[in-house]
Design a binder for this molecule. Structure first.
Ligand code: NOJ
Length: 562
């Protein structure tokens, strides 16, 4: 397998709005991030992924960009951004930027032109269609509730927006749009950045004709998920190969594409080492493990078998073909510790167990800000405290459809994106040391306990465990490059797997529950003189690794040779 710096890296994701406020306006900013670079260096991460910092009216917190080559006023200036890049590079870290080009903001100059008239030179930068029988051009629903089309009076036509109505989809069929995007990417790369995280990149090609989703007789919902017509669309690989040829191939960079609804087979087409497209993709299969047939808000408990099956499938099917990305939460997901661990009785133990999983699979781990100190979900008592457009739109739609307020709030507590967006908890000072004024989104009240200051002071903290895991990846090639194989698959409480590189072996054993669990190593797995690389409990030297009684959320990683 080809060695690459980005395979050997650990990425840290920053959501700038919530990371650190330097000027007391309640909103995180670039100088705030700069003031915490030594913290990131201490943690040991190699790469920072910065969520969008471009000019934006913030309908979707920066994922609606009105100028791709300038910085949002609340965050600072280009000079601040340059200082950030320099600060990272000086400390031996790299920077990848978010690239949001499935759509722009409706306040982008291109769209302001585009909506003026049907013959405007920018008209074809977006996807416009006349209405059909006085309604939207088709029955696609937006990811953020309601129709994916918005009527615009000026020209009596509708424009497509797969996300909010302030996020019109760009028309990738138009060569000029692609040229603009490539030039803009080149502009950032020439400033010295080290790659891109590409927002919903597998949605950029739509099926010509934009057909409606077929619906059964009697179906009363007006809008439907039109994924068949824009997920992995007909020209997506052509576009990405063109982007690679024109831009990416000219630099030593990494790329990670957010890929909605992809299977490992689809993913191999994006990340195949001979495909000249992307370094890796973020898939959503694991993030869907606790959703019922009704989708994201139809919450159900996860089952360990499903987690094992999904991870094993991705580890196995991409093996030798392409590279995996590894993540357990981000700015769009609930906090991993609340979702897959236990944020009350076994905060430390389960946080460390999940960290062990994240760092010992084959792929590049992505840590989301605050995960390294065990930040958790939040429960605000009223919808009025929530800021996320997805939450607000869903709440309204579900209320109108007759759902109970209590049920809706419950699903927000479990799945809402604001769980991951509450301000970073730096200390036990007011507002968690995030800001000196009122933060844009309230801090999680548990900041008095869970905060960076405490984590740094406690040698046994989740933070120090992450630091050690990151060091171990640097010390042992097998953790990065070793092949994966599941072990004792039928164990319902323990997830165990082996990694193999040459004659070296790694055995990872994870108890996923808050009760003790038995683990028997199957006879066919040979093991001799195992060395415990890391674990989240003290372990007696004389223990027989073939037969273990694991404590709640216990995690162990052994290394040995065959
Ligand atoms: C995915 C981003 O991660 C999310 O935050 C955003 O709302 C959508 N794409 C639309 O850009």
């Amino acid at each position: 397998m080809e060695r690459k710096w980005w395979k050997e890296s650990v990425v840290y994701q920053i959501y700038p709005r919530s990371f650190k406020d330097s000027n007391g306006d309640g909103i995180g900013d670039l100088q705030g991030i700069i003031s915490k670079l030594d913290y990131l260096k201490t943690l040991g991460v190699n790469v920072v992924w910065l969520c969008p910092v471009y000019k934006s009216p913030n309908d979707d917190n920066g994922y609606d960009i009105s100028n791709y080559q300038d910085i949002m006023d609340e965050f600072g200036t280009i000079a601040d951004w340059e200082m950030l890049l320099q600060g990272l590079h000086d400390r031996g870290m790299k920077l990848i930027m978010d690239l949001v080009v499935n759509h722009s903001s409706d306040e982008h100059a291109w769209f302001a032109e585009s909506r003026k008239s049907k013959d405007n030179p920018y008209r074809d930068y977006y996807i416009w269609r006349p209405g059909s029988d006085g309604r939207e051009p088709n029955n696609w629903g937006s990811f953020f509730s309601g129709s994916a089309w918005q009527y615009d009076e000026a020209t009596d036509e509708y424009f497509l927006h797969l996300f909010s109505k302030k996020q019109p989809d760009l028309n990738w069929e138009n060569e000029k749009v692609r040229r603009e995007v490539y030039d803009m990417m080149t502009w950032w790369l020439d400033k010295g950045i080290d790659g891109f995280r590409m927002d919903v990149i597998n949605l950029i090609s739509k099926v010509p004709g934009l057909p409606s989703v077929p619906v059964e007789d009697g179906e009363s919902r007006p809008y439907h998920f039109g994924g068949d017509y824009f997920v992995n669309g007909p020209r997506v690989h052509e576009y990405l190969q063109e982007m690679n040829r024109e831009v990416l191939s000219k630099y030593d960079i990494m790329t990670v594409g957010e890929a909605v609804d992809v299977t490992p087979e689809d993913a191999a087409l994006y990340v195949g080492e001979d495909r000249d497209e992307l370094s890796m993709v973020f898939h959503f299969e694991l993030m869907g493990v606790d959703s019922g047939p009704g989708g994201k808000w139809d919450c159900k408990p996860w089952v360990l078998k499903d987690i094992k099956d999904i991870i094993t499938k991705w580890q196995t099917l991409l093996s030798g073909k392409g590279w995996n990305s590894l993540y357990l939460n981000n700015h769009d997901q609930p906090r991993m510790l609340s979702r897959f661990g236990n944020d009350t009785d076994y905060h430390k133990e389960s946080g460390k167990m999940l960290a062990t999983l994240l760092h010992t699979l084959q792929g590049t781990p992505y840590i989301y800000q605050g995960e390294e100190i065990g930040m958790t979900n939040v429960k605000f008592d009223s919808i009025s405290h929530y800021k996320d457009i997805e939450i607000i739109n869903m709440h309204k739609e579900y209320l109108e459809a007759g759902h109970k307020e209590e049920d809706i709030m419950n699903s927000i507590y479990i799945k809402g994106r604001d769980n991951g967006r509450t301000p970073m908890q730096w200390s036990s000072e007011p507002q968690a040391g995030f800001t000196t004024s009122t933060p844009w989104l309230a801090v999680n009240p548990n900041y008095t306990e869970i905060n960076v200051e405490n984590a740094l002071a406690d040698p046994d903290s989740i933070f120090h465990y992450y630091k050690r895991l990151i060091e171990l990846r640097k010390e042992h090639d097998i953790i990065v490059y070793g092949d994966y194989k599941i072990v004792a698959e039928e164990n319902e409480r323990v997830y165990a797997y082996q990694r193999a590189l040459g004659s070296e072996r790694l055995l990872v054993i994870l108890n996923f529950f808050g009760e003790s669990a038995s683990f028997e190593l199957p006879a066919e797995v040979g093991i001799s003189e195992p060395e415990l690389l890391i674990g989240n409990y003290d372990v007696g030297q004389a223990e027989d690794v073939r037969s273990l009684e694991l404590r709640p959320y216990e995690a162990r990683v052994y290394k040995f040779s065959v």
